[in-house]
Write a protein that binds this ligand. Structure first.
Ligand code: ATP
Length: 255
């Protein structure tokens, strides 16, 4: 579990995070949503240890990050996997090379141990025949699978995903969401996902944190978000025509 206690973060005179308190449970897909500029990426970077909050604490299964030594912080960061927006694969490396990279970098495993582990995770994300292909030779959806495989190859306790669906068609996007949810549940990972995608909210929003201007405006589940009367949340959720229609149908059904 990740517990966030009253964190603040400013850049110069601009206060971006203004006292956020929340927690993210193990084995769940936790989503962060909000308008562009609401502080989602800054918040995710604080969770990753890339930004240090000016005030407040973040703890990971009871370990308060700011109280750990440099070595302990580094060890903790190795328990974190990250799926970057746009996959961020190394173009000059094969699929296998990309997934092996963290093992090569951070472990002392033998080549055959690394190959076994890479085979296992590539199989888990349903990529069997792509080991020797380069990122440019596979589809966007397959690239995301490689990025997920690379993020879980070190067996992380925490998985962070920044807009994992961006650039994918809706059907592939749902497949990727479901893959992230299955892996989260199967390996009991604490997963936090930044997203704009309302389909993701519906499909895998086990917990949703809605940020507005750096504040926690609302939090709840995907079932609750469609029933809330919080105006900021409904404005956001029903900003698309499709969801306006869904809302209308829901209201008509209720009356
Ligand atoms: N390194 C930085 N230095 C200064 N200001 C920053 C930095 N990173 C983010 N900000 C500012 O923090 C605010 C929130 O940015 P952030 O990227 O977290 O928004 P977001 O909710 O992720 O938006 P989007 O959905 O468009 O990605 C913005 O006003 C941004 O300019």
């Amino acid at each position: 579990m990740i517990e966030v206690n009253d964190i603040y973060k400013s850049f110069g005179n601009s206060e971006v995070l203004k006292g956020i308190t929340t927690n993210f449970e193990k084995g769940k897909t936790n989503l962060i949503i909000g308008q562009s500029g609401s502080g989602k990426t800054v918040f995710l970077k604080c969770l990753l240890g890339l930004f240090t909050p000016d005030k407040g604490t973040i703890s990971y299964d009871g370990k308060v990050y700011s109280k750990l030594s440099g070595d302990e912080q580094r060890d903790l960061r190795q328990e974190m996997g990250m799926v970057f927006q746009g996959s961020a694969l190394f173009d000059s490396m094969t699929v296998e090379g990309n997934v092996m990279f963290p093992l090569d970098m951070f472990t002392k495993q033998s080549k055959s141990e690394m190959k076994d582990r890479v085979d296992r995770v590539l199989k888990r994300v349903n990529l069997i025949d792509a080991h020797h292909k380069f990122p440019s030779e596979i589809s966007g959806g397959m690239q995301k699978r490689v990025a997920i495989a690379r993020a879980i190859v070190m067996n992380p306790k925490y998985l962070f995903c920044d807009e994992p669906n961006s650039g994918l068609d809706p059907k592939t996007a749902i497949m990727i969401d479901n893959l992230i949810m299955e892996i989260t549940e199967e390996y009991d990972i604490t997963t936090v996902i930044n997203t704009h995608d309302m389909n993701s909210v519906m499909e895998i929003g086990k917990k949703i944190l809605f940020l507005k201007n750096g504040h926690k405006e609302w939090e709840g589940t995907n079932r609750e978000i469609f029933k809330t009367d919080n105006e900021a949340v409904t404005d956001f959720v029903y900003s698309s025509e499709l969801f306006k229609k869904v809302r209308q149908m829901y209201v008509e059904e209720r009356n």
